[in-house]
Design a protein around this ligand. Structure first.
Ligand code: HMG
Ligand code: MG
Length: 298
């Protein structure tokens, strides 16, 4: 089978996960979670977002969280930014990497960032240009690549167009989000095939949610296409406030178990990752959403 030897794991639990919690997670807990994730060997941990607190109050204290992180250990902490205002906040906080987020569905774009896809790309032209001028790295997301909660099926050509738009503006990596987890493996491969015609496959990341239990199968399908960057969320935290029914991203522990089992290197240690997931699950007072973590507890 044609699989990469090595995969980069991008941990999104502290942002994509916690943004969707009904209870406010104190900054000290967010910081401690990120510290434990870094201790497991993860090198990229999305730590928060500079979005409107009226839209996503859970991420309001992101500057405080970012300031409290250990910046001397070779870990990158990207922060999500929706507009110039968010970029200014990121620059003020001393952030070195931001992530911008567009959608492949018009309705989702309106619900999530209150503008059309075209307007978002126009907005990001300025945000990315300024961020690059200031020496920041910029990652790009495309949401709803395998289905939209409002529009259903999404044309792979629409995904490829938005991904190419962000890549051409200067994003070094484009993360393809199955925001509501409706994708299946062949559909996943179709979207990657179409997108890889416009963005090099080595610059694509798979950001899959596990709502329908398809995420690991879809990830294997993506790995077979040459994708070597996977976004995941410790303990399967999260969802999306603008996608009803979305569960968390695929659990990082489950992804790591699969990669370890296939001999694919990631540099992350499973027991320490499980420990980080148990820490946040205990705080949230619910069972760990990773099946691997639950199996290891027994
Ligand atoms: P808007 O209401 O159109 O914007 O929201 P606005 O410019 O009219 O501003 C409204 C208010 O927010 C104003 O405050 C602004 O100052 C303030 P007021 O004057 O009313 O007091 N504001 C801000 N405050 C802090 N930071 C900012 C900022 N910008 C404006 N950056 C906006 C437009 C984009 C701001 C809003 O829609 C928003 O913040 N959306 C973010 C939604 C979000 O974070 N969604 C979750 C992340 S995306 C996701 O999870 C998917 C992903 O994981 C991939 C996947 O899973 O597939 C990436
Ligand atoms: Mg997500």
């Amino acid at each position: 089978m044609n699989l990469p030897d090595k995969v980069k794991l991008v941990e999104v639990g502290p942002r994509d996960g916690l943004q969707n919690e009904s209870r406010q997670v104190p900054s000290a807990i967010r910081v401690e979670l990120i510290r434990r994730l870094a201790a497991s060997g993860l090198k990229v941990i999305e730590a928060g977002s500079f979005v409107s607190p009226k839209w996503v109050p859970q991420m309001a204290a992101s500057a405080e969280v970012f300031a409290a992180l250990d910046h001397q250990i070779g870990v990158s902490y990207p922060m999500l930014v929706p507009n110039i205002r968010g970029l200014e906040a990121a620059l003020e906080a001393g952030v070195k990497e931001i992530a911008v987020f567009a959608a492949a569905s018009e309705s989702f774009s309106q619900k999530n960032i209150n503008c059309s896809i075209g307007q978002s790309i126009g907005r990001y032209r300025e945000v990315i240009g300024e961020a690059l001028n200031r020496g920041l790295r910029v990652r790009g997301y495309v949401s709803c690549v395998l289905g939209c909660p409002y529009e259903g099926d999404i044309d792979p050509a629409a995904v490829a167009a938005v991904a190419a738009g962000l890549f051409e503006l200067g994003c070094y990596e484009i993360s393809l989000g199955d925001t509501i987890g409706t994708g299946t493996p062949l559909k996943t491969q179709q979207v990657i095939l179409e997108t890889a015609a416009r963005v090099p496959v080595r610059s694509l990341a798979a950001h899959f949610h596990d709502t329908y239990g398809q995420a690991l199968a879809n990830l294997l399908a993506a790995l077979q296409m040459g994708v070597a960057v996977i976004d995941s969320s410790v303990a399967g935290l999260g969802g999306c406030p603008y996608a009803r029914g979305a569960t968390g991203n695929v659990a990082s522990e489950d992804v790591l178990y699969m990669l370890d089992g296939m001999g694919i290197e990631s540099g992350v240690e499973l027991p320490k990752l499980v420990e980080a997931g148990n820490f946040i699950s205990a705080f949230l007072q619910r069972p760990n959403g990773s099946r691997v973590a639950r199996a290891m507890l027994e």
